[in-house]
Write a protein that binds this ligand. Structure first.
Ligand code: ASP
Length: 332
């Protein structure tokens, strides 16, 4: 039950059931307006928060929320903006390919009911986030991979698109000269998009979409499409999502961990810090890779934290669409 509704119902029962009598009815009305007076004017939602500097994506999600639509619609539409941006080399079209030159995309989405859908290793389709939503809503499964995911997308009316742009092809050809594989920290200061939104009803949903690590081994799947790792939503508690070296997020089930820590009473900020702390404890070589988390709780309070400097987040809340640098562990 929403807080306002709860308080309203409580007021009604305190006043004992005089509906029908106009005197009592007007008392009830007065009481409700007094209670409404003391409710916070600036509730933390609707709101949207995303990894990296993605103002166009958060603006689109915000626009959808302002139309009164669901957080689920907002995260899907918000993520689609970056997926269609050919200049972004880590999401959707234009994503950097694997070492064989294939652009393979991973995405997942979760709604307020805790339903989940994902696609992994999807090729030739520009909007994996929308295919993930179709998997969630139109199939009895939760993850579709590779060719099967592509066939499903085409059967649902998605068009086949060449995702390898000239710029990404050039970068790959350049990479092939040395073929050194080392994850690049804060690649282009813009990476996987993980997005969390709360709609006007206070309901939470999230989405996560990526082309994964540049020049990964063929077949590699990261954290982003995996429930509990790249994304987790519990509408009673909050949500979290990740960016960075997926292998480390997977091994610590980072997003689920953050939501569980919030359930136990930690703030979103404390929960993100603890999840980064778990990765650092297991990895004396944490200097070589980046992981960043964002989280939101049911009140719309947010947290963000990364291993290294250079992780940014974008938050649209209280009418402001802001890029904010994340605090981080490695102070050098
Ligand atoms: N987490 C993504 C992956 O491992 C990549 C990233 O966010 O940079 O696939």
């Amino acid at each position: 039950m929403k807080r306002r509704k709860f308080i309203q119902n409580a007021s009604l029962s305190t006043f004992g059931i005089a509906v029908g009598s106009s005197v009592f009815a007007s008392e009830i009305k007065k009481s409700i307006s007094e209670v409404n007076e003391i409710l916070p004017k600036n509730a933390g939602y609707p709101m949207v928060i995303a990894t990296w500097n993605v103002n166009d994506s958060t603006a689109e999600a915000w626009r959808v929320l302002q139309e009164g639509k669901s957080a689920l619609d907002a995260v899907e539409k918000g993520c689609m903006i970056e997926e269609a941006n050919a200049e972004g080399q880590s999401v959707g079209i234009g994503g950097l390919p694997d070492r064989d030159g294939n652009v393979t995309l991973d995405a997942c989405i979760m709604n307020k009911e805790g339903d989940y859908g994902a696609v992994v290793y999807l090729q030739n389709i520009m909007h994996p986030i929308s295919v993930a939503r179709k998997v969630m809503e139109d199939t009895t499964h939760v993850i579709l991979a590779g060719k099967g995911a592509e066939q499903f997308a085409i059967s649902e009316g998605f068009e086949k698109t060449n995702l390898l742009t000239e710029a990404s092809k050039k970068a790959w050809e350049e990479w092939k000269k040395t073929s050194k594989y080392k994850p690049i920290i804060n690649i282009e200061n813009h990476d996987t998009i993980g997005m969390l939104a709360i709609d006007k009803n206070g309901d939470i949903s999230g989405g996560c979409t990526t082309s994964g690590l540049a020049y990964k081994m063929a077949g590699r799947v990261g954290d982003s499409p995996i429930i509990g790792s790249g994304l987790f939503i519990d509408n009673q508690v909050g949500g979290a999502t990740a960016t960075g070296l997926g292998e480390e997020v997977l091994k610590t089930v980072g997003s689920f961990l953050i939501v569980e820590l919030m359930r136990q009473g930690k703030t979103p900020q404390e929960a993100c810090e603890e999840a980064i702390g778990r990765i650092i404890k297991k990895n004396p070589d944490f200097k070589d890779f980046q992981v960043g988390y964002i989280a939101v709780n049911k009140k719309g309070e947010t947290g963000y934290y990364s291993i290294h400097d250079g992780f940014w987040i974008t938050k649209y809340q209280n009418e402001k669409n802001e890029n904010i640098p994340s605090s981080f562990y490695d102070k050098k």
